[in-house]
Design a protein around this ligand. Sequence first.
Ligand SMILES: [Zn+2]
Length: 346
Amino acid sequence: MKAVVFNQHGGPEVLRYTDTPEPKPGPTEVLLKVKASSCNFNDIWARRGLPGMEMILPHISGSDVSGVVAEVGSAVKTVKVGDEVVVHCGLSCRECYYCTHGEEFFCRDFKIWGFQTGPLDGSHAEYCKVPSVNVIPKPKNLTHPEAATIPLVLVTVWRMLVTRAKIQPGQFVLIWGAGGGLGIMAIQVAKLFNARPIAITSGDDKLALCQRMGAEFLLNRTKQDILQEVRKITSGKRADIVFEHTGAETWPISIQCLKWGGTIVTCGATSGFDARLDIRLLWNKQQNYLGSHLGNKGELIDAMQFVETGKIKPVVGKILPLRELAHGQDLMERNAVLGKIAIIPE
Ligand SMILES: [Zn+2]
């Protein structure tokens, strides 16, 4: 089959569109014919290489897919050949204390499919395999490229805002990177809970997209003083929730924009990992600083019902053929696409 493989870490130039053996599903796994995959920042971390993360190369990235079941393992009972499915990308043992408490990300065997390496080759290929427990039905109202852009960002945002930050109606939610995949999803989930999204991004096209997706307030980080604007919008109270995923660059402003008793929830740090924290804020202002990582399959199933009813919509900014994945990653690293990038094998 054709796949995009890398043999060494580096920039987009290390990605090779090449022939590689088709994966063979084990007894509890299914083989999927990939109809579409999508780009996530995970792919870029894997390609660059992360200190402390052991990787076995060559590797195929890709943690999101929409496809058709082509083959099922001998022990698979819940999925059949021909089913159209998407994938929850959290892999774990499903048997330990944490897995049986719905906290699979604390499992000693927890891995993100397509991100970590070895037997976990992902979706940027013509075929891929996953445990049958990880597939869920593709929403019928979406095309394959649309469906492929949903699960990873949706489960991540759902866990951040719903499970961790416990979003409530009327709350002001300050959203960084609001024109990207995570940000657009955060706007939609905030609206779903009748909260009041304040979208921060740059560029008129991104601001217009945020408005279309339901952002109540729009801030241009290149032209406006974010703290002053947040003060005005919230009548001086500041944000109830700050949705963080950019890290070092935005963290100081996030803290300033957070109200007393408010919550910062973060799932990443694309601009750097080191940030300063004044511990006085923790006890004096009683603020909450929450980490969040992916989500569990149950959270994804809860969230997907709003995709099926059209309340949460995919935003596909670009569709590229598999051979141009390197170009797609370059666009993503330069933050040059509105919404998500879908990849089609052809
Ligand atoms: Zn486990």
